[in-house]
Structures are given as C-alpha cells and as structure tokens.
Design a protein around this ligand. Sequence first.
Ligand code: DNO
Length: 358
Amino acid sequence: MEMTLRWYGEAYDTVKLWQIRQIPGVRGVITTLYNKQAGELWTQEEIKALKASVEKEEMHISGIESVNVSDDIKVGDGNRDEHIENYIKTLENLGKEDIHMVCYNFMPVFDWTRSELARKRPDGSTVLAYTQEAIDAINPEEMFSTIRGEMNGTVMPGWEPERLAHVKELFDRYSDVDEKKLFDNLVYFLKAIMPVCNKYDIKMAIHPDDPAWSVFGLPRIINNEPNILKMMKAVDDVHNGVTFCSGSYGTSLDNDLPHMIRALEGRIHFAHVRNLKFISPTNFEEAAHLSSDGSFDMYEIVRALYETGFSGPIRPDHGRMIWGEQAMPGYGLYDRALGAAYINGLWEAIEKNAKRNA
Ligand code: DNO
C-alpha cells in the first residue's frame, strides 16, 4: 500500500502540501480538479498544471478523487453520450499524464449524506454524524441549506452549490430510476470506458454509497458484498474495481468489513480507512481512527488489506476536528495525520509479524 492524503488543490484546501509532506510516510496525494462540473472534459494542460502544483512541493499524485459522473449518465438521458465521450477523453488525458487510479461514485443526487457536520464529542472534538430520525425530518430539497451553515465556509465534495441549486429538478429526473435502471446505466458507462482504461492501465475505483441504504427514496446499488460482486461480474475487467471505504460500507452493521475485503481481493484499487461509533444501528458518529474510540476493529480491516496483497493508495478518511482547527468538516490536517500514523503503525506491525511467521 501507499499511504496518501486527500488534497483539494491550492485554491480550495485549508491544508497545505508542505504540511502534508511532514506526515511520516506521506508523499502521495489524492486530488482532483475541484472546479470541474460532472460531465466536463479535463484537458491535458489542466492535468499537467495540477501535477506541477503537487510536484513543486516534492510530492506526487497517487490518484484522482473524483472524476465525477454526471446525472445525465446516472439517469441515462440528456447528454449522456456526450458526457461519456468527455469522460473517456479525460481518462485518456490522465493516462497520458501517468495517473492510473480514478475514484468516482454512482450515487443519485447527493454524494455522502450526514445529518450533522459538527457533533460535539465528550473530549470537545467535533465530528460528522448521522441519525435516521433527523434525515427523515428533513425535506431533501432543503438538505443543502440545512447543512451549509456547518461547512466552515468550504465547498464540500458532492455538495456543489451549482448543482444543488437545482435539487428539485434533480429529484424529478430520478423519479423513474429504480435500482435496476441505475445498475444498467452504470454497466453502460463502465463498458464504454473500459477500452480506454485498458489502454492506459487506469484502475476505476467506485466509491460505495454512503450511508449504505436508500435515503430520500433514492436507489442504492453499491452498498454490500453481493451488489459489488454483481457489478464486478457484469464488467469483468480488473480495471473495474472498487474503493474500499470502511466508513461507508461500515454504516451498515450487516456488512462484515474484513470479509468483504477478502471477497474483493484483487479488485480493491483504493482504500479509505476510518472508524465509526454506533449509538444505534441508524445513529452513528465518526470517531478517531483508533479501534477503541469507535465500533470497528481497525486491526482486522488493515490485516485483511495486507493479507489480500493490497498495493494501491490508502488514505485516512474523515478525521475529527481537533485542536481548534478550522477546515472542511472531516478534512482537517490534524486528525487525519494522526490517522495516517496509526494506520502506518498497524501496517508495520502486521507486515513484520507476517514475515516473522512466514
Ligand atoms: C466524502 C467522500 C466522497 C467520495 C466520493 C467519490 O468524504 O468520501 O465524497 O469522495 O463519493 O466520488
């Protein structure tokens, strides 16, 4: 594995590359052209400039999170084919710039959903949290304005104001999209992009639905082991793989995370590692990465990645907001740096133990 950190680019991130570079073992970042709307083409010049901005700090790009998929592609209408053409050209331009891992999601309307972005924990840190009761009480069309006030002035991924200004229209477009249709549209998209992925060895890593069940009546298709296996079988190519996100699959207590990692051996191209603390099965908050702070056994998650030969980029995921930091909720420097150090420690211990016992 390669330890990395997510970075939103010079114009958007409160965290600076020189700070990331001081986290032990981190030389790679996962980044994006954050100003791009889904469906737009990324030119080679733009990608080159992004690369240069990272490399001047003696770091490199380990993958893209995300090249977003447009609603036209997800719904299967409008400008779907033009957007797929742009996606293919974008992948080609990324391949030419030697970038080989792309994370994306196929969630309708909203990317991740949380009901709170700053729940206070007993130690004074704040975290993202979810309660089903709170979500049920929100009118989805007002979801954005409800949580906007907690974004610390940042633009959060998947919550682009330009898109969410039309949220009612978006909901209407999905009104006849059920799970089968969404799945078929995903397969259509994957089949169209596989040739370029093969040509440039670009590993596509679909991000799971977060939370792993339907919210606001919208369909969910990437939420459990049988569904991912179905997706991988429908387009059986190593470049059609997944982002294993413990905090997203882990929202459902029915998902056995180490078991899933083993079932997906060879097709996990990117790992997001974080911990959640459950108050009830539909009320959880994000915790520190340390196992004992939450509900997951992080040792078993990292061990499963190690034992299945995971060699892609890994990143600590959402951190708590600690030490007075003001940043994008989940994406401050301090707690993610602690997370990286902890995961590195687990990995080193697991690796040395495995070698000793070999
Ligand atoms: C949230 C992230 C997601 C993820 C996208 C991938 O913090 O994990 O926004 O990047 O779903 O496309």
